[in-house]
Design a protein around this ligand. Sequence first.
Ligand SMILES: Nc1ncnc2c1ncn2[C@@H]1O[C@H](COP(=O)(O)OP(=O)(O)O)[C@@H](O)[C@H]1O
Ligand SMILES: [Mg+2]
Length: 367
Amino acid sequence: MNESSSAALDLAGAFDLFVQASQQLEKQHAVLSHKVDALSADLVKANLRLHSLLDALPAAVILVEQGIVTHVNPAARQLLPQLVTSSVWRVPDTWMAGEGPNEYQFVEQGSRRTVQMQQIVNPHGSVIQIQDITDNLRTLEESERVDRLAAMGKMSAAIAHQLRTPLSTALLYASHLTNVDLAPTDQQDFARRLQGQLLSLNKLSSNMLQFIRTRPLKTGQWPVDDLVREAAQSVEALRQERGMSLSLELGAQGYLVSVEKSSLVSALVGIIENAFQVCSAGQVIVVRTDSDAAHVRIVIEDEGPGIAPDMIDHLFDPFATSRISGTGLGLAIARNTIRSHRGDIAAHNRPEGGASFTVVLPSLEHF
Ligand SMILES: Nc1ncnc2c1ncn2[C@@H]1O[C@H](COP(=O)(O)OP(=O)(O)O)[C@@H](O)[C@H]1O
Ligand SMILES: [Mg+2]
């Protein structure tokens, strides 16, 4: 065989191999493209299923990819009528940060609504779920109010008693005042005492009203440390009078709470005043704050005798008091206030002596 015919044979062999390989590839390509078609059809079906599932959900759901809205379910369209697919996702300007983490408030047709927003981020985008919690909050508030009214009902005998003592004393002073033979200095004295009794009755009745009040009236966002400073300022005169120290260890710098300022400050004042009432001159009351991502904590500690064993389980009940001139409403009101801001309060005796009260409140974003 000459050289050229052997080269032609090699070429023919190679060509055969090439044809075989191409045929193989073509077959594989056909199988693969069939698979791709089937997978694409499955994907379309899965997408349809996903969208019909999202559309059936009562909660508002928005799908976002690279910051762009790709799907808005009917509940979300109802909540955010101006939101359209292909637009950039952002929280509406009219929504304001609410009282709890991930909460927003806005006014719709004259009524205030509260929503909670959850965002699940995955590598392909995020799923934003928005739930209208206005009605849940209202039901919760209403049931808390019913509980408080029931507590008041149960306490009606105690209320009558609370009112009777200052009332009958006031009546006594008033009857002295009707005595025409009374010396002017005595008259002045009885008038002053009568005024004192009426003032304490007035305070008692406003405390009772405060106790059954439902929700915070006007909330604003305040740095928690500032609220503690304000409470300390309000008790300054009493502190000096009692000769005690109040030490502030503020460690929640930059954490805001959404509260009705005056109510929260008076709750803190009530707790600090109790500590002043049980401590002796020279003792120290410490108010400490700290925070984590979602909560702030305010701890009030004293060096007093600690909470009496028979008080420890009733501390926050209305009219529970161990003081002769106490109303037992201070801590009951403080707890209501704190709970109406979705926080809580607890107390315990410290092993080293004295009582410790801990207030926890949901915090807003760090500024
Ligand atoms: N720091 C404290 N140390 C010990 N006992 C306390 C302290 N704070 C509160 N208490 C107890 O809790 C009771 C209820 O307090 P409060 O609700 O403020 O009512 P009041 O001050 O009118 O007694 C007090 O009478 C006292 O027995
Ligand atoms: Mg008190």
